[in-house]
Design a protein around this ligand. Structure first.
Ligand code: PLP
Length: 401
């Protein structure tokens, strides 16, 4: 970790020793005292420039100085990142803003943004001599972890809640993971996974309390900056579950600004499902995490006890951003509209980000003249049941006689 200067606690600010995998601040008696990785940015600036970047492969390893890893030839051949950004003018008209672009994270190898974290986590696990990686997941984190574990030849155990969509479970099984369906919620799957990791000395991929994984999600922000440099959006909208993705994206944008690779820092909009929006409410109230017992059709962001809420709020604030909540009806409408008006098939947790743009414009949080980029965090094929329930039916016709 040549460019990492230290790990600090998000609560007390004290420096902490790097944990082997997951781990919170040893000084704070707080399960949410997450660690954050800090870099020697002066040293990074000497190594990353538009010129040096122009010679690098188009995947997220191009930012390896800003990841808590050692360069690794084998791992750097795993595909991940550099997903396309496309203009969606008809969707912009629907959402009510001047310009709207979509970054399609469904184009990652296992079809979600989680590949950015999993690729870093699996590499980190391999470098630490782990024999098995484990994670609890509503679906995408698990299927992605299983996919990269298969690429690396590392054993994987994935704990999924009962209501994980079947296509995601199919991915896990096809990638050869040991899949354990927990008769309970995501929060319960999470606790069981943490306990099994501690008991068996497995590598814990649980993103929220593994400070290295959030850094992987950061590459989405680094890419948005590099891909839009000179025409940076005013706002970047992203859906929020545990809070790792948005914290990572905001941090990535800020680091690119600090390196002088973009001129203007976009503001970040966090979007939660109205029935499960503890981070948005904590942001609005300025207080602790409120209790939450709702659930949403968007399994990817159905997180009642988000571990990384502090980091999410800290980084969203630092960009001058804000949060908005959208109903399940708005999410379902956004799935259909994003498909029809932009040709991008989003899963519910991803369409929430698009729905949030429309909601934020309607509320006056985003100006109608704004240039917005929405991150589509996962592919719609990952939750066919929800898609089919709203898609309508094909007409049946006879073939030619
Ligand atoms: C995981 C996920 C998110 C949110 O990421 P967090 O780090 O949990 O906030 C959003 N959309 C999809 C599709 C996801 O799988």
């Amino acid at each position: 970790m040549r460019f990492v200067s230290r790990l600090v606690c998000i609560v007390c600010g004290k420096e902490a020793q790097p944990p082997k995998s997951a781990g919170v601040c040893p000084a704070c008696n707080d399960p949410f005292a997450i660690l954050d990785v800090e870099y020697d940015m002066a040293k990074v600036a000497k190594s990353i420039s538009p010129e040096s970047l122009s010679n690098r492969p188009l995947n997220h390893w191009r930012y390896h100085e800003l990841l808590p890893i050692e360069p690794d030839e084998d791992a750097f051949a795993w595909p991940v990142g550099w997903t396309p950004i496309t203009a969606a003018p008809r969707l912009a008209a629907w959402a009510g803003c001047r310009r709207l672009r979509l970054k399609d994270e469904g184009k990652n190898p296992t079809s979600s943004l989680k590949d950015r974290a999993s690729s870093v986590g699996v590499l980190h696990a391999v470098c630490n001599g782990a024999t098995r990686i484990a994670c609890s997941s509503t679906g995408n984190a698990g299927s992605s972890c299983a996919g990269y574990a298969a690429m690396a030849g590392l054993a994987a155990t994935i704990f999924v809640p009962l209501r994980a969509p079947e296509p995601k479970v199919a991915q896990l099984l096809i990638y050869g993971a040991d899949v354990r369906r927990v008769r309970g919620t995501y929060a319960q799957a999470y606790d069981l996974c943490s306990a099994e990791c501690a008991r068996n000395d497995w590598y814990n991929r649980n993103c929220a309390i593994n400070p290295y994984l959030v850094e992987g999600k950061k590459t989405c922000g680094l890419e948005i900056a590099e891909q839009t440099a000179g025409a940076e959006p005013d706002w970047v909208a992203v859906s929020v579950g545990d809070g790792c993705t948005i914290a990572g994206i905001a941090k990535g944008l800020m680091q690119m600004k600090e390196l002088g690779l973009i001129g203007r820092l976009p503001r970040v909009l966090g979007v939660q499902a109205a029935s499960v929006d503890p981070v948005a409410r904590a942001f609005g109230q300025g207080g602790p995490l409120p209790p939450c017992d709702g659930s949403t059709v968007a399994d990817g962001i159905d997180v009642a006890v988000p571990r990384n809420w502090r980091k999410a709020i800290k980084y969203v604030k630092a960009t001058g951003g804000t949060f908005v909540s959208v109903s399940d009806e708005e999410i379902l409408e956004a799935i259909k509209t994003t498909g029809r008006l932009a040709g991008v098939f989003a899963e519910p947790g991803a369409a929430a980000g698009v729905a949030g743009v429309k909601a934020a414009v309607a509320k006056g949080l985003i100006d109608r003249s704004a240039d917005v980029l929405a991150v589509v965090t996962g592919n719609g094929l990952k939750d066919i049941k929800t898609a089919m329930a709203i898609a309508g039916t094909p007409s049946e016709v006879d073939p030619l006689p």
